[in-house]
Ligand binder design. Structure first.
Ligand SMILES: CC(=O)SCCNC(=O)CCNC(=O)[C@H](O)C(C)(C)COP(=O)(O)OP(=O)(O)OC[C@H]1O[C@@H](n2cnc3c(N)ncnc32)[C@H](O)[C@@H]1OP(=O)(O)O
Ligand SMILES: CC(C)C(=O)C(=O)O
Length: 513
């Protein structure tokens, strides 16, 4: 098994994400978490970029003891001097200097010949080695560099004392096979390369940063550069958590490992997301909110039978508490029943089928069905009273300058359909008057309460009513739940009436007996 070293550049290339600007304290907090995660190197910034960046690197270098602290620098002596100023107190330091090698960058950006690039690169590495034992050289835009010339540059910087050589795919242009071949060619053609650590650094412009990184590992790279959550310049860098989990999950294939404490990944991802304001999409591999959530009935059933059917990473492996089975309109009975048991309900098959039908009905009306929704759904039916009247339909006419009118249709226990309409001094009042008419019951509404039991625009509303009859001799409570508060009001009232009617007939039976 090879050990792949992890070079984290969240604080340098990650901070190059448009819109991200971390304070010194925020950088420190991230650096300490990266140390906890066990990354080998933390690129803490670019010392020559600004006095603030230099100070941040310096603070991190003084405090972090278990990871090597790195500063980036151009191939310019004064940049390297600044980096030394920032890193001189570090327990373990590395200077990372770079110069572009590709024809496009040489011609348009640097205005340098091939020879001048080599000359500047060698001078930078030699100057850096005066201060630093560990010097990394990056051939910026290496993947678009002529291969024979790239080999020449790498040979020159290795001879000058670079101990890590990085071949960045600066603009995310390469393909896995092409990128892997660069690493193979360097190992076959550079003298002394076996004493040097080969590093890969991939950008995600074509969505291939992780795939290219893995191809480099296959071809012999032993250092991976990337960022947490894949943040970085333009479309970002290789997401380190994805690379680490690919290596870990497919050890059999890569025959490699890292020193990362993988269970720190979720916490690290959240911290970086929070402090940078770069939100992680739900479907992001490894750290997205849905990475360990299963929504469809067939998958949920499989998960309940054996998690390896649909899950290749156990959530605890990356510090996520548990797999989530998301209940919704695509769920089946297996997941629904499992959740009911978790919530403390043991229903028989018939009750389960009936509850499941009502659950599916609710899912059609409500985007997110929460545990509170399910509890409300079940509890509203737990009152085991024979239903003298079942609500079939409510229709309401309401206007701020007209009298609210409700029409109600109910079905009796004997199957008869009854309809009535009534006006009231409000929508609920008109519904209750129509129900009084259709049931021909004479009741007093003693109390009426609305509670929102779930959150959001499509929250479930719960209505409690207390009714009395015969001068308060008989008092009952009713409870109705619906995404529509008027429907919940009707259900609560009719539920209470059904209770009253049931009590009356119980009383008659008692007398007859
Ligand atoms: C691929 C990457 O991600 S590389 C890292 C990119 N990160 C950053 O650029 C963030 C920090 N950068 C900065 O703060 C500034 O760009 C500084 C302080 C480094 C330089 O600022 P300025 O001196 O104003 O130069 P500016 O940024 O406008 O231009 C860059 C100069 O560096 C040169 N240059 C670019 N790369 C290198 C290099 N690796 N080595 C030497 N010179 C380089 C350019 O050719 C240009 O030189 P010129 O002014 O003679 O044309
Ligand atoms: C400086 C180098 C490593 C870089 O960030 C790149 O080429 O993308």
């Amino acid at each position: 098994m090879r050990t792949i070293e992890i070079f984290d550049t969240t604080l340098r290339d990650g901070e190059q994400s448009p819109g991200v600007n971390l304070s010194t304290n925020e950088k420190m907090e991230i650096a300490l978490q990266l140390e906890r995660l066990g990354v080998n190197r933390i690129e803490a910034g670019f010392a020559a970029a600004s006095p603030g960046d230099l100070q941040s690197i310096r603070n991190i270098a003084k405090r972090v003891k278990n990871s090597t602290i790195v500063s980036l620098s151009r191939a310019r002596l004064q940049d390297i001097d600044k980096a030394w100023e920032a890193l001189r107190d570090a327990e373990s330091a590395c200077l990372h200097t770079f110069l572009a090698t590709s024809p496009i960058h040489r011609k348009y950006k640097l205005n340098m010949t091939k020879e001048q690039v080599i000359e500047n690169a060698v001078a930078a590495v030699k100057h850096a080695r005066k201060y630093f034992d560990l010097v990394e050289f990056s051939c910026e835009d290496g993947s678009r560099t002529e291969l024979p010339y790239l080999i020449e540059v790498v040979q020159a910087v290795v001879d000058a004392g670079a101990r890590i050589v990085n071949i960045p795919d600066t603009v995310g242009y390469t393909t896995p096979a092409e990128y892997g071949n660069i690493f193979t060619q360097l190992q076959n053609n550079v003298r002394g390369i076996e004493n040097v650590r080969l590093s890969c650094h991939c950008h995600n412009d074509l969505g291939m940063a992780v795939a290219n990184t893995l191809a480099a590992i296959e071809a012999g790279a032993t250092q991976v550069e990337g960022t947490i959550n894949g943040i970085g310049e333009r479309a970002g860098n290789a997401a380190l958590e994805e690379v680490a989990l690919a290596i870990d999950t497919r050890k059999d294939f890569y025959q490699a490992t890292t020193n990362l404490k993988l269970e720190e990944i979720a916490r690290t991802s959240k911290l970086v997301s929070r402090l940078t304001g770069m939100f992680v999409p739900g479907n992001k591999a490894v750290v997205g909110a849905n990475a360990f959530a299963h929504q469809s009935g067939i998958h949920q059933d499989g998960m309940l039978k054996e998690s390896s059917t649909y899950e290749i990473i156990r959530p605890e492996r990356v510090g996520v508490k548990a797999t989530r089975l998301v209940l919704g309109k695509l769920s089946g009975r297996a997941a629904f029943k499992d959740r009911l048991v978790e919530l403390g309900y043991e229903l028989g098959q018939e009750e389960l089928n009936e509850a499941f039908t009502r659950f599916k009905d609710l899912c059609d009306r409500k985007k997110d069905v929460s545990d509170e929704d399910i509890v409300a759904l079940i509890d509203s039916k737990l009152v085991d009273v024979p239903e003298a009247y079942i609500l079939e339909n409510i229709q309401l006419s309401y206007g701020n300058n007209s009298v609210p009118t409700a029409s109600i249709r109910v079905r009796t226990a004997a199957g008869e359909v009854l309809e009535e309409a009534a006006c009231g001094n409000g929508s609920v009042d008109s519904i209750y008057k129509a129900i009084d008419r259709v049931t021909n019951e004479d009741v007093v509404l003693e109390d009426y309460k609305i509670v929102s039991i779930t959150h959001g625009k499509d929250a479930l509303g719960e209505v409690y009513v207390r009714l009395s009859q015969e001068n308060g001799e008989r008092t009952v409570q009713g409870r109705g739940v619906s995404t529509d508060i008027l429907e919940a009001s009707a259900k609560a009232y009719l539920g209470a009436l059904n209770k009253l009617i049931a009590r009356r007939s119980d009383a008659v039976e008692e007398v007859v007996m």
